[in-house]
Design a protein around this ligand. Structure first.
Ligand code: GLC
Length: 552
């Protein structure tokens, strides 16, 4: 089979890169300081030029914005701050016209307390929708039904005085959890999926998928013996009964069946779980979500040996049908440039875009954006407001800097969160023409991924390395590339045995276009991508455990 034929057989979400947009912060077209759909449409040029394949929008639906859209009051509408349904339809058409896919955020675990479903549910104990949410009587002492804690602090139960029962909310009390044991709730959300699929939306990122269904008996969660002061307060308990229940896999399979009734749609699950439990979300015989988000690069210490081990564990744990994916940043975590520093952020970009599996890029990371300090009186995030500034997610949600103009070209009004202080230098315009910029690095890596089957769909073969070094080969039908990365600040030497080739992309320009053979020497924070010579001095098959199972 020719390389092209093989790569044609891969689905768009396997070959492509996903780009996450936080709509409030991408581009404001209306001058109110908050990004919107028309703004996104105006910036599609950037995304096409950058070379991503799909965009995922964090929630754009009507919402009181208690959790910035993750509190949905109407699953089939558009928040007026973001525009109208016409604007959405235009955006979808514009994306498709450019060959870009569009993914939405589905928030099925909870609605807003202002959703009509909840208004009806709370209206009386006899309401037809009472069972759509999780209502329980108080304990005999009047306290909450169990010890479960809210992710945003305090008990996860709120007493409704009018009806004398508590309702459960894993997040804010303004985000009551839907009762996924109720068949009508399931159908209602599946109808929401169909509504957007019918419009042509290409898929969903599913919010907190592992939370959806809770223990039938709502048993108390056990104490977490490893809890340390300073950890998020809800980590005091192990979420044994409140998340990741056996029945979640039936729900994921039902969602998958809804998606499979359409052509080429993708479901991505937001799931923070250890690898062995994460991969279960691919489902029995691959009938779960297509991509359970793999957050290891977000959660692990930036340490070559730990990351090496995690990649290998993940590759080994993937079911036969399971396509891998990697994430370096999102709207809930500190940005990569702040976590590892500006120099390592380039190494991280090389890692994200050369590992086997679909990469998700968080807007702004392609500029090396750091977390932006937000003064205490400007904190917006409910998590920061409730748990303290250290827990605020605002610093990773600041406006995209487009140019050196007023407000970085993001808005003509007052931006809802502060801009990065260095926006006059760190912006899209400035980096576009700079061959050494982070933006150029992202663009070149994305372009090479498209051009080279080894990177897009090739198998993964780890190479032995130690210290801060990480190295692997990607290979597909004779196309072979080697990636060598230095995740630390000292020098590293990597033995590549009989292999030789030429460096095609590197973190540092002087490393490009060099011949390498037998060994690669890297300075601090350096990484190189090597086009290996053909014919291979030694076939990769058999040199590692991850050959061909998921390839064509
Ligand atoms: C997810 C979202 C996060 C939100 C939470 C509750 O983790 O990514 O932003 O606060 O769910 O919906």
């Amino acid at each position: 089979m020719s390389r092209d034929a093989a790569s044609d057989r891969q689905l768009w979400w396997q070959k492509g890169a996903i780009y996450q947009i936080y709509p409030r912060s991408f581009q404001d077209s209306g001058g109110d300081g908050v990004g919107d759909l028309r703004g996104i449409e105006q910036r599609l040029d950037h995304l096409e030029w950058l070379g991503v394949d799909a965009i995922w929008l964090s929630p754009i639906f009507p919402s009181p914005m208690a959790d910035f859209g993750y509190d949905v009051a109407d699953y089939c509408g558009i928040h007026e701050a973001f525009g109208t349904m016409r604007d959405f339809d235009r955006l979808l058409d514009a994306c498709h016209g450019r060959g870009l896919k569009l993914l939405l955020d589905l928030v099925p675990n909870h609605s807003s307390s202002e959703h009509p479903w909840f208004a009806e549910s709370r209206s009386s104990r006899d309401s037809a929708k009472r069972d759509w949410y999780i209502w329980r009587d108080p304990k005999p002492d009047g306290g909450p039904p169990n010890n479960w804690l809210s992710v945003f602090g305090g008990s996860a139960w709120e007493l409704d005085d009018a009806t004398g029962q508590y309702y459960y909310h894993a997040f804010l009390k303004e985000q009551p959890d839907l009762n996924w044991r109720n068949a009508a709730v399931r159908e209602a959300i599946y109808d929401v999926m169909r509504f957007w699929f019918d419009k042509g939306v290409d898929g969903f990122r599913i919010d907190v998928l592992w939370h959806l269904i809770k223990d039938e008996h709502l048993r108390d969660n056990p104490l977490n013996p490893d809890y340390r002061e300073g950890d998020p307060p809800h980590h005091r308990l192990l979420p044994v009964y409140s998340t990741d229940q056996r029945e979640i896999h039936d729900i994921a399979a039902e969602m998958r069946a809804v998606a499979d009734a359409y052509r080429a749609r993708v479901l991505i699950g937001e799931i923070y779980l250890p690898i062995e439990r994460l991969v279960a979300y691919y489902g029995h015989e691959g009938r779960g979500v297509h991509l359970p988000f793999n957050f290891q690069l977000l959660t692990l210490p930036w340490n070559a040996r730990e990351i090496d081990r995690a990649i290998n564990e993940y590759e080994a744990a993937l079911p036969d049908e399971g396509w891998p994916n990697w994430v370096l940043g999102n709207h809930d975590k500190s940005r990569i440039a702040s976590r590892v520093g500006p120099e390592q952020a380039r190494v991280a970009a090389m890692l994200l875009l050369t590992l086997r599996g679909t990469p998700t890029i968080y807007y702004g990371d392609e500029l090396g954006m750091p977390d932006v300090p937000v003064p205490p009186d400007r904190v917006q995030d409910p998590q920061g407001l409730r748990l303290g500034a250290a827990f605020s997610r605002d610093p990773a949600r600041t406006p995209m800097p487009w140019s050196a103009e007023t407000n970085a070209g993001f808005t003509t009004g007052a931006p809802w969160l502060p801009l990065n202080g260095d926006f006059p230098r760190r912006n899209v315009d400035a980096q576009r023409g700079d061959p050494g910029s982070m933006l150029t690095l992202y663009r070149r890596l994305l372009s090479l991924r498209r051009a080279r089957p080894a990177l897009a769909i090739g198998d993964y073969f780890p190479l032995p390395a130690d210290g801060d070094a990480l190295a692997f080969v990607r290979e597909h039908a004779g196309d072979r590339m080697l990636v060598a990365l230095n995740l630390g600040g000292g020098a590293q030497s990597i033995d590549i045995e009989q292999r030789s080739g030429e460096t095609v992309i590197a973190t540092h320009a002087r490393l490009e276009g060099q011949r390498v053979a037998g060994r690669i020497d890297l300075g601090p924070n350096e990484a190189v991508l090597v086009d290996l010579d053909e014919p291979p001095a030694q076939p990769e098959k058999g040199s590692g455990p991850f050959s061909g199972r998921n390839g064509p």
